[in-house]
Write a new protein. Structure first.
Length: 691
């Protein structure tokens, strides 16, 4: 007999089979509702919950392999202590008590000198509010450690959206199915936003036109009616040229502009300077294609834009998102429930982060902030009045910085410091774990409580543990509770249970009994949230001109901000490189799942035939991709997916699986975006040679 239940970590499953409701923890807009089938205490299958509308019973190829990941023979099942040089991979088993006692003693000694010499490093290895930043944040706040600026994925786009619409808000994803025009901008939806793609396909069957705007001819671009294959970092120029055409052809909703926007005259003046010919020269596309795209946008109702974060990983990423986010207000697309733009819906969720993270534990202290993107430079810095103390300890959880942070040769050099004390909470021996002094085995999503928001829909999801922790694995929350105890922290907040934290995340704003019963609960969001304005900005309007940016000395209007490393600007490095995720990986997660790695094969660089011929490169040849920051070796794939002058280094492979022990981030830079302090992974010049 099979029943759908939830279980407490303290309750064992009875003999037989049960289905436990949960949530996908990974960094994807879809945030799927999971059903885990458990037989005699073993998870035998993970599937999508058909009762959850956004999931609709379907999982991506990655998460459908979740039991393979949970029960992998490579899974870390006990604490390990380093027994050789950093990076050597030599470890010995150690008991939890011995590991925690030593870690606490060493952190206490550093904190006695200066707690800011201790740095937490985490991101979205789990998107859960509890296993992410709850007890962990309380621990580091109580300690007085340095703060971490968690910017490695989405901060430029998030800031651009906030400066225009007032927050990470947008149209409801389900209504894309009703649109007659969908612009898929900077997204390979088939690989990274599968459930949205199903909605786009439904719209297509009902006569909608799909246009993909992307430097790479991705799987998604191949299946759209049109592909606008612009140069990396030129999206704002394209959006401004579209505005030019909207103005000169009067494809505008003057009433919506007058009632529900600010800064129109300034934006109009700027747009009129961006003729299609000017933008075509910048973007590397035909002016006629820009005119056609603008006509489609200006004359089709309802019309919608699905933006993803690829377009904002360049110097001008925040401005690019601002420019695109202005387009729906110009044509009144927001009036329709199937019109508008969606980058992220996460700002809709009423999370009580202060209750989870307890910033009051700082007790008036204001520690320095380290940007996670510049960890390569920062972990090598000496103490100074400007920087503060030298980093003496790193505690890494929910992240793999040696693989994912830019300019990784510096990251590796810093993590290899023998005087740097490093603790890593992990499922596997990642590139980062190889440099740890202690590796602590963490639970997977099937083994702990958590509660989730989403950035592609507006449902709250609850994750119940389906199985007992495998081996000696402990949840992130339990590890930081244990560390707090060993540090002598007696604050009551370190005794709070995970289930209590799940309840506290949304307080009374979500019916927790509904979460327990169904596994998810929908937020009360209007079908067309901005049909009559009401944006969550200071003015209540869509702000073409941002007073907040102007007060910071920045341009209040969106503009095209050229890349730091502009294509054609360097004769030594004539090729632009972007590094989109491989279809079967999610950042560096799933790289060690054998079945998925078998599908991907090996690290590849997509290169256009024209560029390959000029360099004597053929498919399957080992190539050397390099710039002044480093060198990366992989196999070439001569492919129409690459446009001339641009190569695609698919990532993010673990370095240990690379041909020369590196990955594509050997080449990326630590420079930051125009706003949001984000990364510029796709703002990178290289040269390619046959190895």
């Amino acid at each position: 007999m099979t029943s759908a239940i939830g279980i407490s970590p303290s309750v064992s499953l009875l003999q037989g089979e049960a289905v436990v409701r949960g949530a996908c923890p990974h960094d994807c807009p879809d945030t799927c509702a999971l059903l885990t089938t458990v037989r005699d205490g073993i998870a035998i299958k993970v599937s999508g919950n058909p009762d959850h509308q956004p999931t609709d019973g379907v999982l991506c190829n990655k998460v459908s392999k979740y039991t393979e990941r949970t029960y992998s023979p490579d899974r870390l099942l006990q604490p390990l202590r380093r027994a050789g040089p950093k990076g050597s991979g030599r470890y010995e088993p150690v008991s939890w008590d011995d590991a925690l006692e030593d870690i606490a003693a060493r952190l206490a000694a550093i904190a006695a000198r200066d707690p800011e010499a201790i740095v937490p490093y985490s991101y979205a290895g789990t998107m859960g509010l509890v296993q992410g930043e709850s007890i962990a944040a309380r621990f580091f706040n109580r300690l007085g450690a340095s703060m971490l600026d968690r910017t490695i994925c989405s901060s430029a786009g998030g800031e651009g959206l906030a400066q225009t619409l007032g927050g990470k808000v947008g149209m409801k994803v389900e209504f894309f199915a009703e649109a007659k025009l969908i612009l898929i901008w900077g997204s390979n939806s088939i690989a990274s936003n599968l459930h949205f793609w199903r909605l786009a396909q439904a719209a297509k069957r009902n006569g909608a036109k799909l246009v993909c705007i992307d430097p790479r001819r991705s799987e998604t671009a191949e299946k759209c009616h049109e592909h606008v294959q612009l140069r990396p970092g030129t999206d704002a120029a394209l959006a401004l040229a579209m505005m030019h055409e909207l103005v000169v052809n009067d494809w505008l909703d003057h009433d919506y502009i007058a009632r529900h926007t600010t800064g129109w005259e300034g934006l109009r003046e700027r747009a009129l300077r961006w003729t299609p010919e000017r933008a075509a020269a910048v973007c590397g596309i035909d002016a006629a294609q820009i005119r056609s795209l603008a006509r489609d946008w200006g004359t089709t109702r309802p019309a919608a834009i699905r933006v993803n974060y690829g377009m904002q990983r360049v110097r001008g990423g925040g401005n690019a998102v601002r420019a695109v986010a202005c387009l729906p207000a110009l044509t009144g697309a927001w009036r329709d429930r199937a019109g508008g733009v969606l980058l992220s819906s996460s700002g809709t969720f009423p999370v009580d982060r202060a209750a989870l993270q307890r910033p009051d534990l700082l007790a008036g202290r204001a520690p320095r902030t380290i940007n996670m993107i510049t960890i390569g430079d920062d972990v090598l810095r000496d103490a100074s009045p400007e920087f503060g103390p030298r980093i003496e300890a790193l505690v890494v959880y929910n992240s793999n910085p040696v693989a994912v942070a830019p300019e990784s040769s510096k990251v590796v050099a810093g993590f290899a410091r023998e005087d740097l004390f490093t603790v890593v909470l992990e499922h596997f021996r990642t590139d980062t774990a190889d440099y740890a002094d202690y590796i602590l085995p963490a639970t997977t999503q099937l083994e702990h409580w958590d509660v989730h928001l989403a950035y592609g829909h507006t449902d709250v999801l609850l994750n119940r543990p389906a199985i007992a922790p495998v081996g000696q694995a402990r949840s992130n929350t339990q590890v930081f509770r244990d560390l707090a105890r060993h540090m002598g922290f007696t604050d009551e907040c370190f005794s709070e249970t995970d289930e209590s934290l799940c309840r506290k995340a949304y307080g009374t704003r979500i019916d927790f009994d509904e979460l327990l019963a169904r596994g998810f609960a929908s937020l009360p969001v209007a079908d067309a949230p901005f049909a009559n304005g009401g944006f969550p900005t200071a003015s209540g309007k869509c702000e073409f001109f941002s007073e907040a940016l102007a007060r910071q000395g920045m341009d209040g209007l969106p503009d095209h901000v050229p890349n730091y490393e502009l294509a054609g600007s360097s004769p030594r490095f004539p090729l632009a490189m972007i590094s989109p995720p491989a279809r079967n990986f999610l950042n560096s997660t799933f790289v060690n799942v054998q079945s998925l790695r078998d599908i991907e094969g090996e690290p590849v660089l997509e290169i256009h035939a024209q560029d390959a011929m000029a360099r004597g490169i053929t498919t399957g040849m080992e190539v050397r991709v390099f710039n002044d920051r480093g060198e990366y070796r992989c196999k070439a794939e001569v492919s129409p997916r690459a446009r001339p002058g641009v190569v695609n280094g698919l990532g993010i492979w673990w370095r240990k699986f690379g041909l020369n022990g590196t990955n594509v981030n050997e080449l990326t830079s630590q420079k930051l975006t125009d706003m949001g302090r984000g990364p510029v992974f796709y703002d990178c010049l290289v040269e390619v040679q046959a190895a």
